[in-house]
Design a protein around this ligand. Sequence first.
Ligand SMILES: [Zn+2]
Length: 79
Amino acid sequence: MTTLKPETPASSVCSHTPTCPSVDASARDAAHVIAAHPEQGWSLLCNGIVLFEDFGELLPSGESCAARWHDLLMASPHR
Ligand SMILES: [Zn+2]
């Protein structure tokens, strides 16, 4: 976190390779977890999303999304 480039938007700070999905990406839930708080039921993803244990999301913009687990299951190639 000490090598941030000045031109890098705060919402897309990522030092992983490959780069984590952005907030706008359909696979945004696949971003790395950079802060996990299982005792509180949420995790902070690399792209700034707060992911709750029921797969609800709180986006960096403050927008909240309902649990997507059903969508994720539907998108699985195994179903
Ligand atoms: Zn990342």
